[in-house]
Each structure stands twice: as structure tokens, then as C-alpha cells.
Design a protein around this ligand. Structure first.
Ligand code: GDP
Length: 297
């Protein structure tokens, strides 16, 4: 991931570093390259503008121009600006700071990795934090999706809500919360239905489930390889349903990584976790610093 952006920025900044001195014109040339690299990496245009402006403001400063190693200073400025755009804070993963049972609602398109991520999170909360977790699939249109969650639940040794035919998503969400209260579970993971494309029905259903279950977290699961589409997805879900964080999946793939920058900037919501493979333990905390390092290479 981020190979294009990393190589691109790396190349530009190496050139600057070799030259040693930096004029205002140099800064402008470098910024044009940074801008192009970000656009090529699928970062949204308004995010690129803001990013480049932030770098310019600092880079054109006296310290940079008079510095002996201006290239390195610009690298640092770009790095810091990347961290700011990605969100300063280290992710502590899922926030469970509420009265149990804490509901966590998972939303996203079909195929984004939503069900896999639900099971990964369940496994992590069970093993690392010793939480009692209950998972429930609300995908009433795809019985296979419900069965998939049950299979994964057996795999990671986490309980799933028994499937009752004919129930609607809101009813299932309520039943899950009730079962969690009665069964003294700490966390309920609600795996909502996905669709191939964004549609009104999906949004309304997710909004209704949110109202019924009152989740502490609403996590959007998005495929890092889908670039600009992931950004539009994040914007829509955030406006329509309201999200509290983002899980970016397939970060192990070799796609363009602009989605991470844009999604954070467009929604203002933190990227909390990264999916880095198909295995149940392939889930990482998101760290802006680490990602910025990777982007710069
Ligand atoms: P859903 O339709 O959104 O619930 O998607 P699934 O959870 O069924 O995932 C679709 C496919 O993507 C499955 O084959 C998963 O194993 C795979 N997948 C999910 N997350 C990741 C990830 O982080 N990296 C990779 N390489 N594959 C993933």
C-alpha cells in the first residue's frame, strides 16, 4: 500500500535534499509534485488543496530557506502535515467506555470485509481484554451472510445470536441487546447488511438500527483499494447514519492509499483499525505516525 505515493514523494524530496539550498521557487516546484503525487494516489481534491497549503505555509518560512538541510526540513514538514491530516491521536482501537452491554455497529458495502472484521474485533476483545462478546448478523436478505458470521464465531470461539427466520434488522438488533443484558455480555457486535452499491434502503435500514440499538460505536468498514469510492462512501454514511470511526481493510494489498487521508479529512472521524489480511488475527491498531512514515518511505 502507498507505494506510488511513497516513491513519488521520496523521489521529489531526495532531489531537494541533494541540492542543499531551498528557494521559495523550489518550494513551489516541490509542492506541485506533492500535489500531483497525492492526486495520483487518489486523495480527494479538496483534501489535497488543504494539505499542500498547510505544507506551503510552513515550508516557505525563513528557517527552511536558511537551513543547511532544507530537504530534510521539508520532509519533516510533509510528515507532520500527513500526521495532522490522518488525525494526531494513536488509535486505542474500539472504544468500550460505556455502560455494558456496549453495542458496536458495523456498516459498509458488501464485500468490504465487514463480517470478517466483525469476527476479528470479537476475537481481539475476547482474547486481549477478556470481554464477553456476542455477535449478531442483521443481514436478513442474505442467509449466507448470517451463516458466515456463525461459522466465524465458532472459529474464534465467540457466541453469535441464534438466527430466527423472518425477523427484521431492527427486531434482531433489539433481540441481541436483550440477550446481551440477560446473558451478562460486555459487548454486542452488530454486523449490518451490506449492498453492492450505496442506496437509500441501505442507509435507512442502518439509520433505523442505529436508533434502535443506540450503539456506542458505529464503525464504517471500507476497502482501502477502492480509493475515491471509499471516500464518497464515508461521506454518505457519516451524513446519513453517523459514524464514530473507520476500519480500513485490505491494507495488505497494493492499492493506492489516498483513501485513508481523504476519509479522515472528509468525515473528521478517526481511522481506528486496519485489516491487513484474511486471517482472524490480521487486524492492527491505526497509527498516524507509522502510516506517515510508510507514505514517505
Ligand atoms: P462483507 O461482505 O463486507 O461482510 O465481506 P467479508 O467479510 O465476507 O469479506 C470479503 C472477503 O474479503 C473475504 O474473502 C475476506 O477474507 C476478505 N478480507 C476481509 N478483510 C480483509 C483484509 O484486511 N485483507 C485481505 N487481504 N482480505 C480481506
Amino acid at each position: 500500500m502507498f507505494e506510488n505515493l511513497s516513491e513519488r514523494l521520496g523521489g521529489i524530496l531526495d532531489k531537494l535534499t541533494r541540492r542543499g539550498a531551498l528557494t521559495e521557487a523550489d518550494v513551489d516546484t516541490a509542492l506541485r509534485e506533492v500535489r500531483r503525487a497525492l492526486l495520483e494516489a487518489d486523495v480527494a481534491l479538496d483534501v489535497v488543496r488543504e494539505f499542500v497549503e498547510g505544507v506551503r505555509k510552513e515550508a516557505v518560512g525563513v528557517a527552511v530557506i536558511k537551513s543547511v538541510t532544507p530537504g530534510q526540513l521539508v520532509v519533516k514538514i510533509v510528515h507532520d502535515q500527513l500526521v495532522r491530516t490522518l488525525g494526531q491521536e494513536e488509535s486505542g482501537g474500539v472504544d468500550l467506555n460505556a455502560v455494558p452491554p456496549v453495542a458496536i455497529m458495523m456498516v459498509g458495502l458488501q464485500g468490504s470485509g465487514k463480517t470478517t472484521t466483525t469476527a476479528k474485533i470479537a476475537k481481539r476483545l475476547t482474547e486481549r481484554l477478556k470481554k464477553r462478546v456476542l455477535m449478531a448478523s442483521l443481514d436478513v436478505r442474505r442467509p449466507a451472510a448470517m451463516e458466515q458470521l456463525a461459522v466465524l464465531g465458532r472459529d474464534v470461539e465467540v457466541d453469535t445470536l441464534p438466527i430466527v427466520a423472518g425477523q427484521q434488522p431492527v427486531q434482531i438488533a433489539k433481540r441481541a441487546m436483550e440477550a446481551a443484558r440477560l446473558g451478562n455480555y460486555d459487548v454486542v457486535l452488530l454486523d449490518t447488511a451490506g449492498r453492492i452499491t450505496l442506496d437509500e434502503e441501505l442507509m435507512q435500514e442502518a439509520a433505523d438500527v442505529r436508533s434502535a440499538a443506540n450503539p456506542h460505536e458505529v464503525l464504517l468498514v471500507a476497502d482501502a483499494l477502492t480509493g475515491q469510492d471509499a471516500v464518497n462512501l464515508a461521506r454518505s454514511f457519516n451524513e446519513r447514519v453517523g459514524i464514530t470511526g473507520i476500519v480500513l481493510t485490505r491494507v495488505d494489498g497494493d492499492g493506492r492509499g489516498g483513501a485513508a487521508l481523504s476519509m479522515r479529512a472528509v468525515t473528521g472521524k478517526p481511522i481506528k483499525l486496519l485489516g491487513v489480511g484474511e486471517r482472524m488475527d490480521a487486524l492492527e491498531d491505526f497509527s498516524p505516525g507509522r502510516l506517515a512514515d510508510r507514505i514517505l518511505g
